[in-house]
Design a binder for this molecule. Structure first.
Ligand SMILES: NC(=O)c1ccc[n+]([C@@H]2O[C@H](COP(=O)([O-])OP(=O)(O)OC[C@H]3O[C@@H](n4cnc5c(N)ncnc54)[C@H](O)[C@@H]3O)[C@@H](O)[C@H]2O)c1
Length: 338
């Protein structure tokens, strides 16, 4: 590849390693700048990646000639940083969630469209082998229609997880708890399979076990979609460890179960189709991470920036699950116990 994209990363915390290292797999981009308000963090990473350090993203976006920027910031900053980049003609790949409300996410997507700039949203689990296996089976028509769905996230987040940052656990900066941060991926996978607009929502949330935060650590409910599918879900950060998530689909011709790396389809005639390719943990910068799907998605975004492919997970696509998340919060806030 002759032309390499000039990219920058804003926010150099826990997730940034996956964004910083994605260029290594396909060599489509070079990291020319990095930005964090924590100067020591920005300086250290700039040094490692031979990039320029910035401590203010506006200054970086005004000074550098960038093709794309990765937004790895606390949730409440996703929109302002994305908008600042889009207005300067820079393509954006943002970490989930798009925003902490629906309207600003919608405006960001519309702005990107009007400026002819790409806006991609990280939903890396759409690239899991098990996700593709189930989606292909549904598309083939062999399973018939989905009748109902069940999704479960039973994870653990300690008090220290929340107290170690100034934004986690707050409505103002995180925008919610287990739903908008952890379970958003699983909700998105179920939504992606059901592939319909939602219709009626019934949901409740609670904070049962994290007295040091104001947002929910449990979210459960029922979504009825316009295509008739009923989706029950239960998400919590209170289990003692983080178990694999689970999505089940009850279809006209069989039942499907899948998580991040395994899937099984049992047809009504008792025949079985399975997918089982453990992605295992990969080491990036001395830390263990689940799978390589960030890399796959980021390189797909780079190819779209280079006009080699169409962008797969667009803002419009991201808005589908984001709208649902925001409406679920509106529904559940009526009876919130904290
Ligand atoms: N896709 C996934 O599976 C996944 C996993 C973890 C986190 N995330 C997402 O990644 C994002 C970041 O999460 P994290 O866990 O890395 O958070 P973090 O708190 O570890 O890192 C955020 C970084 O942003 C910096 N920052 C804050 N304000 C800034 C500003 N105005 N300008 C520049 N830098 C600023 C902080 O100093 C910090 O280094 C969140 O949206 C989170 O939901 C996604």
């Amino acid at each position: 590849m002759d032309k390499k994209l000039k990219v920058a990363i804003i926010g150099l915390g826990r997730i940034s390693g996956r964004h910083l290292n994605a260029y290594k797999t396909e060599n489509l981009a070079e990291i020319v700048a990095v930005c964090d308000i924590k100067k020591d963090r920005a300086d250290k990473i700039a040094n490692e990646y031979n990039a320029k350090a910035y401590y203010n993203y506006e200054e970086m976006l005004d000074s550098e000639k960038l093709d794309a920027v990765h937004i790895c910031l606390p949730h409440y900053l996703h929109v302002p940083a994305s908008v600042y980049a889009i207005e300067r003609g820079v393509n954006v790949i943002s970490e989930k969630p798009m925003s902490i409300d629906y309207e600003s996410a919608l405006k960001t997507v519309e702005l990107a469209k009007s400026k002819g700039v790409l806006y991609g949203l990280i939903l890396q689990n759409r690239y899991n082998g098990a996700t593709k296996f189930v989606k292909n089976a549904l598309n083939s028509g062999k399973l018939g229609k989905i009748i109902s769905a069940r999704s479960l996230v039973t994870w653990y987040r300690s008090d220290e997880y929340y107290s170690s940052s100034d934004w986690s656990g707050t409505w103002e900066k995180e925008g919610g708890g287990v739903l908008i941060n952890q379970a958003i991926h699983t909700l998105d996978l179920a939504n992606y399979m059901i592939d319909s607009e939602f219709d009626i929502l019934s949901a409740s949330m609670a904070n049962r076990n994290h007295k040091n935060i104001e947002v929910e650590d449990v979210f459960e409910g029922l979504i009825t979609y316009k295509n008739g599918v009923k989706h029950i879900f239960y998400f919590t950060n209170n289990y003692g460890c983080s178990e694999p998530v689970e999505v089940k689909l009850y279809c006209e011709n069989g039942k499907v179960t899948f998580d991040y790396d395994k899937a099984a389809i049992v047809y009504n005639d008792k025949s079985v189709e399975e997918f089982n390719e453990p992605q295992n943990f990969v080491e990036i910068d001395g830390k263990d991470y689940w799978g390589r799907q960030h890399f796959t998605q980021i390189n797909q975004f780079y190819k779209a920036c280079l006009k080699l492919e169409d962008l797969e997970i667009t803002g419009e696509e991201g808005l589908k699950t984001h709208k649902l998340v925001c409406e679920l919060y509106k529904t559940a806030k009526e009876n919130y116990n904290k």
